[in-house]
Design a binder for this molecule. Structure first.
Ligand code: ITT
Length: 202
């Protein structure tokens, strides 16, 4: 029987980046809607790691109650901007308010950086992988870059239109999914997880 993996995110942008993660000959992969999980998980932690663990744990408990044995992969991520002392950080998804859109979030960021010549930033992603009843494991990835002044591109999600990775001249929102994955914080964390756990990627 194939091992079941649940990708514990309700962010459609992340879902796209996790799609086809594992070899379907060996694993069955499900999303939160596939397992009928529609609740909001409160992210009350004070680090990416804590929040990733909270999400993985919530889904593990949900699966356990249903008697389903699975491995859960949760992602907590965000953008740390040097000139803003690491903000928005763990608050990236709700920088401009609880219901804020991606555009409202990056516009607030651009307004806070207006006139500032220091544009250095990094994306961080912490994955928490947890099998029902087992201890969680964590994998972290980062991607350094700069915040531009005017948004560019329509791919990706979140702060992608304002972030150019170091050594490149296009934003993440101007890259294909494959190009972004090769460079991104999420791509790096996924690579570490696959290597450490000897998983078979797609
Ligand atoms: P889940 O908790 O359901 O996974 P979320 O969007 O609330 O979804 P986070 O709490 O981890 O997830 O917040 C991550 C935010 O950081 C995300 O909403 C974006 O604003 C930003 N972010 C993370 N990774 C990004 C990426 O690859 N490109 C652009 N923005 C990103």
């Amino acid at each position: 029987m194939k091992e079941l993996y649940v990708i514990a995110t309700s962010n459609p942008g992340k879902v796209r980046e996790f799609a086809n993660l594992l070899d379907s000959n060996f694993y069955e992969t499900k999303s939160l809607s596939d397992i009928d999980f529609h609740e909001k998980i409160e992210e009350t932690g004070s680090s990416f790691e804590e929040n990733a663990a909270i999400k993985a744990n919530a889904i593990c408990n949900f699966l356990e109650k249903k008697g389903i044995v699975a491995t859960v992969i949760a992602d907590d991520s965000g953008l740390e901007v040097e000139a803003l002392n690491g903000a928005p950080g763990i608050y990236s998804a709700r920088y401009a308010g609880d219901q804020a859109s991606d555009q409202e979030n990056y516009e607030l960021l651009l307004s806070r950086l207006k006139g500032n010549l220091d544009r250095e930033a990094r994306f961080v992603c912490v994955l928490c992988i947890q099998k029902t009843k087992e201890a969680p494991r964590f994998f972290e990835g980062e991607c350094k870059g700069d915040i531009i002044e005017t948004p560019k591109g329509s791919e990706g999600f979140g702060y992608d239109p304002v972030f150019i990775p170091k050594g490149y001249d296009r934003t993440f929102a101007e890259m294909t999914l494959a190009e972004k994955k090769a460079l991104s914080h999420r791509g790096q964390a996924i690579k570490k997880m696959i290597e450490a756990l000897k998983l078979s990627p797609n």
